[in-house]
Each structure stands twice: as structure tokens, then as C-alpha cells.
Design a protein around this ligand. Structure first.
Ligand code: PBG
Length: 335
């Protein structure tokens, strides 16, 4: 019997036949410089584990610079800072957000005083500071979030963070007009060098639960039913998401973001094709938690699924990924 040999003009397996050719022809790669680690900071004196985010801790202010130094040595170039403030200082109007010495401002200063080469992205929204957990102040009847009143506070908050040394402010509130107001406030305060990474296509997702545990913005018992649907996007709305990003770009955003990431790859791809701005994607807390939960049961292999999930987000067109896996991937890529 002669060896069968099909007369095929094209054999795609030639380009996959060994590790060298596969590595040479990889179209998408993960590098630590494109990953941003979300970092939770707390007033406490010990690191606090977060049950629904295995491996992630709230970091005490006194250790924050050291921890960020460690991330920097792994090759990470950026962190996104989020405060867990004591519930005693939360109010309905979230006024602690404008305290010039609030926790996240002190953390930013501590990092910037002791570390260079690590970009600090500060979230701009009121949810860590309000008793109701909404991203802004409420209207008089308490039925909705007051758009324009919230925007005025966010613009002031952004200036405070720029003064503390934030490289980028990242409005995650989804109010109308906030990017323009923040850009104007930063420029008039002499912070024209501070960038804006806009949470542009931010969906009203059910995947934010573990994050809300981490910053303590979960609904308090007895509080009204919690929905952010009057400002965050409906998960099925693609065109509206693209309009949000277009508007943020016109208002002066330097980077636009899609959030969550893994279930919104089509939006990432659409944006990548429509804008020349860098596109970021936020692989959110629930995306991280579900991978960990399955891995804990032995149902999925943690590292393989982690890397595949991130690679898919990059392939869809994200230049940057905010991910709770950043530290772990940085560690693995350095080994
Ligand atoms: C709120 C904010 C949220 C996240 C980042 N900023 C949650 C929310 O909108 O309720 C979620 C991030 C995550 O789930 O990892 N401004």
C-alpha cells in the first residue's frame, strides 16, 4: 500500500506543526505592560482577604507603596485604585469623596512619593462613599441619580485625585457630560497632563457582585431595590454602547473602555474598528470569580482558562485589560 497523499494546494497544519513555528506565528500575545491590576486599599492594618475574589486582598494604606512596588517588578505598568472606606463615613451625598485627605488620595500620594514607572488610574464615582451604593447623589425624591449634580461633584473629585498624583482619572459613573466637565475642571486647575480613561461602554451587569463586596457598596439591608439601569447600559444594547464611546471621545477621553469584557467581545471589536483611541476592557470581578470557582472544584484548569480569557479579550481588540489576574499573569510571565 502506498502512503495516501492528498493533492492539497493548501495545508494549514504546516504552520502549526511544531512549537517554533507556532510561537513565531502567534497573532496575539499577553504582556504584563498591557495589564492593569485593580487594587483595593483599606484603613486597616492587616491585608484582608475578599471571599468572592480568591487571592485578592484589600491592602492597608501602610503597605500600599510596597505592594505596588512588587507589581512594578513583575512588569505591570498600571494599577486601578479603589478604596474600602469605613461605613461610618458614608453618607447619602457621599461627601467623603471630596475630603482632600480621603483614603484613596492618601494612597495615591504614598505610591507616587515612593515609586516611579507605575501609572495610577483613579476611579471617579461616588459608590464607595454613598450609603445607598449608587454612583452619584440622588434626586430630591430619592427615585433616581441626579445627573448634573453628580457631574459637578465628580469634576471636583477628579481635580483632587490629579493633585494627589493620579496619572489618569477613570470616571465609572455613566453620567451624561462627565468627561467634558472633568476635562475642563482638570485643565482649569492646571492638570492638562492628567489623562481620562472613560468607562464608556459600561453595562448594568450582574457580574459586579464581588467588587461590591470588596468596596462595601452592596445594598444595605432595608435599602431600596438596587438597580443602576438608569445610568449603566442595558446588556443587549450595542448601538447605544457605541454612541456612549463616541460621545466620550468627543468630550475629550484619552482612552475608552468596555466593561465587562469577556461577554462583550463584540463591543470591544466594534469600538476597535471605529476609534483610533486606545481601547481598554475591564475583566470584572464576577468574570474572575467564576473562573476561580470552577477551578476550585477541579472543573477547569485555572492558569489555562485565565490566559485564554485574557487572550480572547486582546484578540477582540483591547489594547489594555484591567484584570484581577494581572499580578498572577505578571508573575507567570516572569518565571
Ligand atoms: C462603580 C464600579 C463598579 C466596578 C468598578 N467601578 C461596580 C458598579 O458599577 O457597581 C466593578 C468592577 C468589578 O466588578 O470588578 N463605580
Amino acid at each position: 500500500m502506498t502512503k495516501p497523499c492528498l493533492q492539497l494546494p493548501v495545508r494549514l497544519r504546516r504552520l502549526r506543526r511544531d512549537a517554533a513555528v507556532r510561537e513565531m506565528l502567534r497573532e496575539t500575545v499577553l504582556t504584563p505592560a498591557q495589564l492593569i491590576q485593580p487594587v483595593f486599599v483599606t484603613e486597616g492594618s492587616e491585608q484582608e482577604p475578599i471571599a468572592s475574589l480568591p487571592g485578592i486582598h484589600r491592602i492597608p494604606l501602610c503597605q500600599i507603596a510596597e505592594y505596588c512596588g512588587h507589581l512594578r517588578t513583575l512588569g505591570l505598568r498600571g494599577i486601578a485604585l479603589f478604596p474600602k472606606i469605613s461605613s461610618e463615613v458614608k453618607t447619602a451625598d457621599g461627601r467623603e469623596a471630596l475630603n482632600p485627605d480621603t483614603l484613596v488620595v492618601r494612597a495615591t500620594r504614598a505610591i507616587k512619593e515612593r515609586l516611579s514607572g507605575l501609572l495610577v488610574f483613579n476611579d471617579i464615582a461616588l459608590d464607595p462613599y454613598t450609603t445607598h451604593g449608587h454612583d452619584g447623589i440622588l434626586t430630591g425624591d430619592g427615585a433616581d441619580v441626579d445627573n448634573d449634580g453628580t457631574v459637578a461633584i465628580l469634576a471636583e473629585m477628579a481635580v483632587l485625585h490629579a493633585q494627589a498624583g493620579a496619572d489618569f482619572v477613570a470616571p465609572s459613573d455613566m453620567m451624561d457630560g462627565r468627561v467634558r466637565a472633568i476635562r475642563e475642571a482638570l485643565d482649569s486647575a492646571g492638570h492638562s497632563g492628567t489623562g481620562i480613561m472613560a468607562y464608556s461602554a459600561k453595562f448594568a451587569s450582574a457580574f459586579y457582585g464581588p467588587f461590591r463586596e470588596a468596596v462595601g457598596s452592596l445594598r444595605q439591608p432595608g435599602a431600596p431595590r438596587f438597580s443602576k439601569a438608569s445610568y449603566q447600559l442595558a446588556p443587549g444594547n450595542r448601538r447605544e454602547a457605541l454612541r456612549e464611546a463616541e460621545l466620550d471621545e468627543a468630550e475629550g477621553a484619552d482612552i475608552v473602555m468596555v466593561k465587562p469584557a469577556g461577554f462583550y467581545l463584540d463591543i470591544i471589536r466594534d469600538l476597535r474598528e471605529r476609534t483610533e483611541l486606545p481601547v481598554a476592557a475591564y475583566q470584572v470581578s464576577g468574570e474572575y470569580a467564576q473562573i476561580h470557582a470552577a477551578a476550585e472544584r477541579g472543573w477547569l484548569e485555572l492558569e489555562a482558562v485565565r490566559d485564554e480569557s485574557l487572550l480572547a479579550i486582546r484578540r477582540a481588540g483591547a489594547d489594555l485589560i484591567l484584570t484581577y489576574f494581572a499580578e498572577a499573569v505578571g508573575g507567570a510571565l516572569n518565571r
